[in-house]
Design a protein around this ligand. Sequence first.
Ligand code: NAD
Length: 436
Amino acid sequence: MPQNPHQNALKQLEDVAKKIKLDKEIFEILSKPQRIIMMQIPVKMDSGKIQIFEAYRVEHNNARGPYKGGIRYFPQVDLNEVKALAHWMSLKCAVTGIPMGGGKGGITVDPHKLSSGELERLSRGFARAAADFLGPEKDVPAPDVYTNSQIMDWMVDEYKKTKEKQLKRKLKKSEYLPTLTGKSLGNGGSKGRDIATAQGGVFVLDEALKALKKKKGTVAIQGFGNAGYVAAKLLHDKGFKIVAVSDSRKALYCADGLDPDKVMKYKEKFGTVGLCDCKASGKKTCKSGSSCNCQGCKYIPQNKILTLDVDVLIPAALENQITKANANKVKADIILELANGPTTPEADVILRRKKITAIPDILANAGGVTVSYFEWYQNMKNEKWSEDKVARKLSPLMRQSFREVYKLAKKYKTDLRTGAGILAVKRLEEAIKKQS
Ligand code: NAD
């Protein structure tokens, strides 16, 4: 039975509630989203036929600020997944203390099967359908799995057009640009947003290594997209040895370490992770699509990436990857959760028993939403920050958040996930009580 990510989120909330004896009313409020918006998006396909796509926007909590969270395009997107992701967004914004609430969106679609025109019409359709709920002070989406700055640019343009038509007047930039973050640089995007999730994770990992008195070592990364690839690159540049990476199609293992940029070049050419240009080399041992042993690398079964003997394991793909079925076999000392919800509550119990330090998603990947907030702020104030300024603001925030979470985990004799949850829930509780 596939795990329901919203059930997992609720189990994590229960663990926090027990530790801090949370008021029943606050638990009730946090265990449900404030609003669920379900939409049908009709899209004229290139064939001329109309296809209808199911879309969701879940607004979990806005006691600390406007709802904030990405929009995912994925074939398996469903309401339970979006509810869980929105819940984690409220906690994530509270962990780093940015004045934003939690929301998330999703469309059930495989975007790789759409033409560019179909993708644009779908994205504009979503922005039109959701325009009344969105807005700089209301609900501010961003990219997530299989969405990007181009999609955000289409959406912000469609939002502007829709509102101008409704209001019968021109909107000022500050009225529409901050409605979506993760836009392209020429269209109000922030410098540093593209690397923010991984960079925030690297700052947190650095603090964790100091706290645990460990040195940098070997790394395996599941997922080679925005979060996973950039993490591989940043850690490689800092002297970590990246021994394995995977994507939705393959997992590549290189005992002597790999160069993430070379793997990305291969992926751009052949659509999956790899290192040797099999077609060009013509080597029998190195057929694209079967096995690959160039440069001491080989393909391994995809699920093996999670159980390799490495110092740091980085899940950077999807939910429910480390489960009770494989947690016993995890050998890493530290798990840095760049993905949202990659570890189930049952797996957490096993990891705790094995003394594996799991740095939870709501802390480890919070750099993304933090720089999204910086983008929103720049758009509101008509400012443009340098990449250096973004990193200078992100670093202390992420490091301080780790230290606070670590301290709370020690104080309550619990793991970092519950420690991060305690920090977040206490901040949310304070805001909810002030509001009511
Ligand atoms: P992306 O679309 O850029 O990349 C996703 C990657 O995961 C791709 O390489 C894809 O091939 C791979 N993948 C999909 N299914 C897989 C599977 N079964 N096994 C291995 N790999 C698989 O998405 P992203 O933005 O990098 O997001 C990845 C994770 O990070 C998600 O959980 C997302 O919610 C989380 N996250 C992303 C951001 C961000 O700013 N991008 C911020 C916070 C959290």
